[in-house]
Write a new protein. Structure first.
Ligand code: TYM
Length: 333
């Protein structure tokens, strides 16, 4: 499936339910960028186990994520979809990249600090070297562009730093990838704690809307979402709750935040929330219907994964071979 189009790659960790944060920050843009780019989309299961997962649930979630990618509009005829653990080159390159990364750089990673705080009894080495695996995901495919939310910015920066360092030592092996953030919604916030990002692994599911939430659940979650003191539907730094809801409304409905504000002049929070909930329900309905259909035909999904892994392996091996040569390994006869 290699074309002359620039390469786009992105992934999501199956560590919880896919949320509208993931949709707005990543998935929605993946779908829109599919025509212009040679795309690879991954379910990064190896990243997920840096936090304890229930094995059966992780397995079913991986499959469910692929079905949700498809239901959102990812076309397997145009893009390569695969599961990270199906392509050995990711962990192989991650090891090598680790030998070109300083501990000081990894020590600066805010996600490591945040996750260590959240899981104080499981601060494992995998969590610490997580950015190396993400760098390998990206660099293996000579990626030009990586559509991500704001929270992954630092990981993209370290990826670039490692790639530049390696290239400076060994000649041009890796393409230096550029991040791509959505203009609105690069950081969708938690519904009940709008100072924190919406997180699919949140233990309180009322903090997020999942792509597969039932309409009544969505309505309830939006109803209980924290709004700020005052009555105006207006974006403001001092009103993170309502600003977040306006951003969600804007991205999902395709109108600007200003237009949202204008439409709700003189109306109250309750009316706005009711409309927002209805809009999310309607936006997710076709996706949910498609998902249900896809999950009835798991063989089709396995077939996509098989093809995806073959294609990804072929491409990844090309880069890995170059890397092995550059670092001085004897290539197998
Ligand atoms: P993950 O699984 O946490 O999130 C997947 C994608 O969703 C975006 N995102 C958000 N965007 C806006 N608002 C939010 N509240 C929000 N929450 C999540 C993330 O920025 C991300 O784009 N390490 C990555 C997965 C990964 C990856 C990669 C991404 C592994 N390898 C290679 C790109 C390229 C992660 O844990 O994302």
């Amino acid at each position: 499936m290699k074309t002359n189009k620039p390469v786009l790659l992105s992934g999501i960790s199956p560590s919880g339910n896919l949320t509208i944060g993931n949709y707005i920050g990543a998935l929605k843009n993946w779908v829109e960028m599919q025509e212009k780019y040679d795309c690879l989309f991954i379910v990064v299961d190896m990243h997920a186990i840096t936090v304890r997962q229930e094995p059966g649930l992780l397995r079913s979630r991986c499959l469910s994520f692929i079905a949700q990618y498809l239901a959102c509009g990812i076309d397997p005829e145009k893009s390569t979809l695969f599961v990270q653990s199906h392509v050995n080159a990711h962990t192989e390159l991650a090891w090598i990249l680790g030998c070109y990364t300083y501990m000081g750089e990894l020590n600066r990673m805010t996600q490591f600090k945040d996750k260590s705080k959240k899981h104080p009894t499981n601060i494992n080495a995998g969590l610490y070297v997580y950015p190396l695996l993400m760098a390998a995901d990206i660099l293996l495919y000579q990626t030009d562009i990586v559509p991500i939310g704001d929270d992954q910015k630092q990981h993209l920066e370290i990826t670039r730093d490692i790639a530049v360092r390696f290239n400076n030592l060994h000649g041009k092996v890796f393409k230096i990838p550029e991040p791509c953030f959505p203009k609105i919604g690069a950081r969708i916030m938690s519904l009940l704690e709008p100072a924190h990002k919406m997180d699919k692994s949140d233990t309180n599911s009322n903090n997020y809307v999942a792509l597969l939430d039932e309409p009544s659940i969505i309505t309830n979650k939006i109803k209980t979402a924290v709004t700020d003191s005052g009555t105006q539907i207006k974006t403001s730094e001092t009103k993170p709750g309502i600003s977040n809801l306006i951003a969600i409304y804007s991205v999902l409905s395709g109108i600007t935040p200003k237009e949202v504000e204008n439409n709700y002049i003189g109306k109250n929070y309750m009316t706005f929330k009711k409309d927002l909930a209805e809009m999310i329900v309607e936006k997710l309905r076709p996706l949910q219907n498609e998902y249900k259909k896809l999950m009835k035909n798991k063989d089709y999904i396995y077939e996509i994964l098989k093809k995806g892994a073959q294609e990804a392996t072929r491409r990844a091996e090309e880069t890995l071979k170059k890397v092995y040569e550059k670092v001085g390994f004897i290539l197998p006869a």
